[in-house]
Design a binder for this molecule. Structure first.
Ligand code: NBP
Length: 505
């Protein structure tokens, strides 16, 4: 068992405190203590704290506090307190209780999945009292929190400097580099964590579409598919999510003896970060169809009863027809692998574009290559692939930084997609022919095709908007806004004229 309060601190003050001892808080606290930093922990419900302490072994410097007052009294100044409570109102509730107990210069660290706008509101509130509030994204779930998560700290840089050593020490390390680095001012840390989760949504959706296609079109069983994902994990797709897909697919249900995945209800939940990412992409005007389609797919999954009724009424093609036409099932499996890889590149391209746009909008000066670096370990989207992104942002072999419009146009990814795209198109076609929904695969492909169109169809959108709303249009050959008097002879109104008057709308 862990040390009791008296034994562990011997009346000495702890380096850091933590309140919120659910799964993340408990594991993060153990990680901090194991690394030798004296920590005092607290939870609203004391029984949880007691059970946590009871279950600990060893003599790591971890003690508990019965109240927030007690927690504050046991900390070195300036105090550093991590909040690991449920995102949303609980963070405000804890902050309201905590602020009267703190002194100028103390640091509150919100390690939950808070919405970045709320983080900035809390920072403003805390700064009125001279308290620093850091919004710190922590990814990796229970296992990462315990053994080394990916950490995305945002807020005041000087305040971060005071907790940098602890956070970098407890984070995951890849090739000797910590998966923790300062992200930027304000809500930048939580923003980046939010987009990380948005990418995670897309990544997961692409995996489940691959699974759906192979089981319906090729009739592969869960255990056969476990093998397929295991093989994929040995190549460019190597990642935590592909690895655990293989493990989950291989798991047998002890009750029924069938594959566990076959008895799991097909309804996925969501806590909000994917939806926020999609909403913010819309706010910024950044196209993020793959990521957003993943959010929609979860919403559609929630319509279980409606889907069950519709399944008996709506017709569709024979799902095995595409396999018959494509002939070799092994070829389709490999097409799907390449489609997954190419779509994943697109999802990351969307995410990094959103990050770059948010960085410009908020003056965060985000280091995008640095983000790829800290996502290589500890977090849910950790993948071999991220080395490629990091290298791409690091510049050419002469050390010149590259000017990045999109990941898609970086030489490495451009060439990868060029070689995968025929397979990608065949896989999407197979899904469409078989009636297997592939929202993320097909959205990613549509994004790619839209992005490479030097001249798209928005000229006609302009024409239509000018017709029904006198919204004007721009021409390819002359500067200015133009309008046609659609209902009055159809003449073009030259720039500089009073368009609304001329339009008569
Ligand atoms: P939960 O998100 O389930 O939150 C439970 C904790 O919040 C408990 O300690 C609970 O105390 C406390 N709490 C609540 Br609920 N309302 C409170 C209030 N009004 N005042 C004080 N405490 C309150 O815990 P979690 O899953 O460990 O996640 C913690 C944070 O980390 C969340 O923001 C989550 O989104 C984020 N996160 C989670 C994961 C993951 O894999 N679970 C991964 C990455 C990030 P009680 O015991 O008294 O009810």
């Amino acid at each position: 068992m862990a040390s009791t309060d008296e034994q562990s601190t011997h009346g000495e003050l702890a380096t850091i405190g933590l309140t919120g001892l659910a799964v993340m808080g408990q594991n993060l606290a153990r990680n901090i203590a194991r690394n030798g930093y004296p920590i005092v922990v607290h939870n609203r419900t004391k029984a949880t704290t007691d059970a946590f302490l009871e279950g600990l072994e060893g003599d790591d410097p971890l003690s508990s506090a019965d109240s927030l007052e007690d927690l504050v009294a046991r900390l070195e100044k300036p105090r550093k307190i991590i909040l690991m409570v449920k995102a949303g109102d609980p963070v405000d509730a804890v902050l309201d209780d905590l602020l009267p107990l703190l002194d100028r210069g103390d640091i509150v660290i919100d390690g939950g999945n808070s919405f970045f706008g709320h983080t900035e509101r809390r920072q403003a509130k805390c700064s009125e009292q001279g308290i620093n509030f850091l919004g710190v994204g922590i990814s990796g779930g229970e296992e990462g929190a315990l053994n080394g998560p990916s950490i995305m700290p945002g807020g005041d840089r000087d305040a971060y400097a005071q907790v940098e050593e602890i956070l970098t020490t407890i984070s995951a390390h890849v090739d000797g580099e910590p998966c923790c680095r300062y992200i930027g001012a304000g809500g930048a840390g939580h923003y980046v964590k939010m987009v990380h989760n948005g990418i995670e949504y897309a990544d997961i959706q692409l995996i489940v579409e691959s699974y759906d296609l192979m089981r319906h079109v090729l009739g592969r069983s869960a255990s056969e598919l476990a093998e397929v994902f295991s093989t994929w994990n040995e190549g460019d797709l190597e990642s935590f999510l592909i690895e655990i897909t293989s493990i989950v697919l291989a798991k047998q249900d002890p009750t029924t003896g069938s594959a566990l995945v076959d008895v799991i209800l097909d309804q996925a939940e969501q806590k909000g970060t994917g939806r926020w990412t999609a909403q913010d992409a819309l706010e910024l005007g950044v196209p993020s169809p793959s990521m957003t389609s993943a959010v929609y797919a979860r919403s559609l999954s929630a319509l279980k009863e409606k889907r069950e009724r519709a399944a008996g009424e709506l017709s569709g093609p024979d799902p095995t027809a595409a396999a018959d036409e494509s002939g070799e099932s092994d070829r389709l499996v490999d097409d799907i692998r390449q489609a997954l890889y190419a779509s994943k590149v697109v999802a990351y391209a969307e995410g990094f574009d959103q990050l770059a746009t948010a960085s410009r909008t908020n003056d965060w000066n985000l280091d995008l290559g640095g983000l790829a670096t800290i996502w290589r370990g500890g977090c849910i989207i950790r993948a071999r692939f991220l080395n490629r992104i990091r290298d791409s942002y690091e510049g050419d072999s002469d050390g010149n930084s590259v000017d990045v419009d999109s990941l898609l146009t970086l030489p490495y990814f451009r060439d990868e997609i060029a070689s995968a795209q025929d397979a990608w198109r065949r896989a999407v076609t197979a899904g469409i022919q078989a009636g297997v929904p592939l929202p993320a695969f097909s959205s990613a492909l549509a994004y790619y095709d839209g992005y490479r169109q030097a001249r798209g169809p928005a000229n006609l959108i302009q024409g239509l908007r000018d017709y029904f709303g006198a919204h004007t249009y721009h021409r390819t050959d002359r500067e200015g806004a133009f309008h046609i008097n659609w209902s009055q002879g159809g003449d073009e109104v030259e720039p500089g004229k009073k368009l609304k008057e001329a339009a008569g709308h």
